[in-house]
Design a protein around this ligand. Sequence first.
Ligand SMILES: NC(=O)c1ccc[n+]([C@@H]2O[C@H](COP(=O)([O-])OP(=O)(O)OC[C@H]3O[C@@H](n4cnc5c(N)ncnc54)[C@H](OP(=O)(O)O)[C@@H]3O)[C@@H](O)[C@H]2O)c1
Length: 278
Amino acid sequence: MAKQSALITGTSTGIGRATAELLAGNGYRVLATMRSPDKGRNLADAAKAKGWDLQVLPLDVRDEASVQAAVRQAGEIDILINNAGFEVWGPLEEMSVADLQDQFETNVYGPFRLMTSVLPGMRKRGRGIIVNVSSLAGRVAAPLNGLYSASKYALEALSESLHYEVGHFGIRVHLVEPGGVETPFAQNRRVVGAATGDKSSPYAEMVTQWEASAERLNPGGERAQPEAVAAVILEAIEKGDRLRYPVGQDANLVLNVRKQMTDEQFESAMRAQLGLTW
Ligand SMILES: NC(=O)c1ccc[n+]([C@@H]2O[C@H](COP(=O)([O-])OP(=O)(O)OC[C@H]3O[C@@H](n4cnc5c(N)ncnc54)[C@H](OP(=O)(O)O)[C@@H]3O)[C@@H](O)[C@H]2O)c1
């Protein structure tokens, strides 16, 4: 069988980079896309040294022309991995519509642009796999991440609908839902209002309390490594028999508890676990 080709967005760091390396090491033809290809020089060098079939391509998911150019350059795409994403973080009252649009532009419109661009080819070939990197935040919303969570809930809904629509054509859709992962994600988030450390904000105390309590979700202090998420993405590609793949002890713990409880029971349990009195 011919080599499967996988286009991955956001491969400059973190989960995207780990996934590009894992797939290339496992014999896939990898289109490792990133908005600043300069950041991919060491990935291209590593690929050369290891004899991987990996090409770095420019792709900014917010730019329609850039998406079209990358998809054209990539040729046949068997697997699409929508990984690029970021977080706008802060209290909702202190956010603007522009913040909401900014969040959705990358985390929702970006994956949508890519999915609609690759689907015609996948449908004609009667096969294809789409893996969307969502989050625990796509299943459970928390204080301060309302915009991010809304974007991942939207990605979950798009993926769930698409999964019903295209399974008939031989195309699989999967959602990978990590909890906290050891990547530059937190440093890369854009903070707003009280989250910037503005002590005059009415939400300042909540930010302090939430930051202190969030660590309690990972009692051993261990966060998943990006390689663990990449391994689950590979599992979804190779064995994919379900829509959703949570990753990490925090994601599994919270989702299991969530399944067994009413909204009110879940809120009390989480408040008790996190020591959240706000
Ligand atoms: N880390 C976590 O705790 C965690 C948990 C759950 C889900 N996730 C999800 O996992 C995915 C990857 O995040 P990560 O943890 O690996 O974080 P990361 O290290 O910050 O990586 C994010 C990647 O997205 C890229 N990106 C951002 N905006 C882009 C755009 N407009 N076009 C193309 N690429 C863009 C970044 O590129 P630049 O280098 O150019 O900025 C970077 O390569 C995201 O969708 C995130 O929501 C992360």
